[in-house]
Design a protein around this ligand. Sequence first.
Ligand SMILES: NC(=O)c1ccc[n+]([C@@H]2O[C@H](COP(=O)([O-])OP(=O)(O)OC[C@H]3O[C@@H](n4cnc5c(N)ncnc54)[C@H](O)[C@@H]3O)[C@@H](O)[C@H]2O)c1
Length: 249
Amino acid sequence: MRLSDRVVIVTGGARGIGRAYCLGVAAEGARVVVADVADPKPTVAEIEARGAQALAVACDVSREADTQRLATETLARFGRIDVLVNNAALYGTLKRRPFMEIPVEEWDRVMAVNLRGLFLCARAVFPAMRAQGNGKIVNIASSTFFKGVPDYIHYTTSKGGVVGFTRSLARELGPFGIRVNAIAPGFTLSGENEKNISEERKRANVEARMLKRAQMPEDLVGTLVFLASDDSDFMSGQTMLVDGGGSVH
Ligand SMILES: NC(=O)c1ccc[n+]([C@@H]2O[C@H](COP(=O)([O-])OP(=O)(O)OC[C@H]3O[C@@H](n4cnc5c(N)ncnc54)[C@H](O)[C@@H]3O)[C@@H](O)[C@H]2O)c1
């Protein structure tokens, strides 16, 4: 087991890819904190049914008080924080539309969740990781940043920000033994997002890949476990594209 007894927080762990991350790290021995605005309890129940430990925390990552409580409740239950997976984002529920039609309020909300959320969660866990002398932060970017995808420019822009955030935070936290890396998934069938994309676009996504099939949440778990585990201890500031070879950088 590569994550035995590690305490791993997964934001946005109630559904979609986040849920797969939670189950994946639990299978490697981790104790998992599922943080989400949606009900995290079903994911916690699934983890416990498989014999692992988990904690549900209701948390809006764009609210500083919520992120501070996330760290406090994690420490109260498990006593340490080894890994933060900054996965929560406004994504699956976002409507695709030309940039002239995106309401300014929606732009602001996407930035608040997809970028401020990372900033606040990282600040919430930093004191514990600094005291431990180690930690791992894994941010979730997107292949859309590398491709330049139309019709949700706020989302694509926020994911470019995730890459910049990852590089800069990695420089700041390296001296504390804290590694900061990112995963950039390709278009993944994760539930909610399937409603917002045409069958034609889904097919085009597969066709553009080196590996010609649909991407599933489980395709991302191996990379997350790698970045959360000791196997990646000499890596920091990196963004790993996991998209079946749909884009290269
Ligand atoms: N599915 C894809 O094709 C794809 C591709 C590239 C990157 N990603 C990224 O992977 C991550 C997961 O994607 P997904 O497809 O599972 O997305 P999703 O929209 O299905 O799930 C996102 C999760 O985040 C939660 N969330 C939303 N706002 C929140 C907030 N303010 N505070 C806490 N939790 C909040 C939601 O409740 C949900 O559980 C996201 O960061 C997304 O941008 C997804």
